[in-house]
Design a protein around this ligand. Structure first.
Ligand SMILES: NC(=O)c1ccc[n+]([C@@H]2O[C@H](COP(=O)([O-])OP(=O)(O)OC[C@H]3O[C@@H](n4cnc5c(N)ncnc54)[C@H](OP(=O)(O)O)[C@@H]3O)[C@@H](O)[C@H]2O)c1
Length: 236
């Protein structure tokens, strides 16, 4: 299949994990895929993002996937320099940089008649999570940004959507969850396993392709049913 033949896509955080799978899927579908490394564009540094956008203003971008994010485990019990630093870094990488990339590349997309922006959000963008408050706040913001930009850019034929993965077996998940927690998640998921990364790539591919041409402002949850009909492990 060559669903994206002739299209140019930029995927952030494509060095590994979900971003790597999305980029590979796009290549398999015939797209020209740009995967800026952290050295080329540091998403924790808005000056670096602005500079990257300026230097690539002539790239004929059709698809932007804001995938990269961080999810640090920061103590939330008092105001410390560490907390302030983590707040700023999470909001910059997870929310501000996706916003700057979206509005930075939108004019070029408009010139070519439209495009598709896909933001990788999270279950923690629709549900709160106490000990991951910074991450959850940033992802709720990303979904708000998705809806707002969908309204703003729809008239210029840029569609803006989000994909919210459940628990995917990437570095982020294995760093943050203990084996017994991962087992509980599998037990509490109707489809019975962590989300296969290829299924996130499938949803993103669909939102990037013409087949989803009348879909905008949506958040597609890909979690095997955990968030709406799961969570409680079936009796053994
Ligand atoms: N894994 C899950 O279960 C899960 C669940 C829900 C949502 N998500 C979301 O899915 C997306 C991808 O997650 P993942 O699990 O694949 O993450 P990951 O394995 O931790 O990979 C993160 C990616 O982001 C890049 N990155 C981080 N900080 C950066 C910075 N300052 N500048 C440039 N690049 C930076 C990393 O680059 P380096 O290689 O240079 O570090 C890496 O490519 C994220 O938005 C995450 O919130 C994941």
């Amino acid at each position: 299949m060559e669903n994206l033949k002739g299209k140019t896509a930029l995927v952030t955080g494509a060095s590994r994990g979900i971003g790597g799978a999305i980029a590979q899927r796009f290549v398999d579908e015939g797209a020209n895929v740009i995967m800026p490394s952290r050295n080329e564009m540091d998403l924790a540094d808005v000056a670096s993002v602005a500079q990257y956008v300026q230097a690539h203003a002539n790239v004929p971008l059709d698809i932007l996937v804001n995938n990269a994010a961080i999810n640090p485990m920061t103590p939330l019990d008092e105001i410390t320099p560490e907390l302030l630093k983590a707040f700023e870094e999470v909001m910059t990488v997870n929310l501000e940089s996706p916003f700057l990339l979206s509005i930075g590349f939108a004019p070029g997309m408009i010139e070519r008649g439209g495009g598709s922006i896909i933001n990788i959000a999270s279950l923690w963008g629709i549900l709160g999570r106490g000990n991951r408050a910074l991450y959850s706040m940033s992802k709720h913001g990303l979904i708000g940004m998705t809806e707002s930009l969908a309204q703003l850019l729809g008239p210029q034929k840029i569609r803006v959507n989000a994909v919210s993965p459940g628990f995917v077996g990437t570095d982020m998940t294995y760093q943050n969850l203990r084996p017994n927690q991962i087992e509980d998640i599998k037990q509490g998921t109707p489809l019975g396993e962590l989300v296969p990364v290829g299924h996130i790539a499938n949803a993103v591919l669909w939102l990037a392709s013409a087949e989803s041409g009348y879909i905008t402002g949506q958040n597609i949850v890909v979690d095997g049913g955990w968030s709406n009909v799961g969570r409680i492990a079936p009796p053994k």
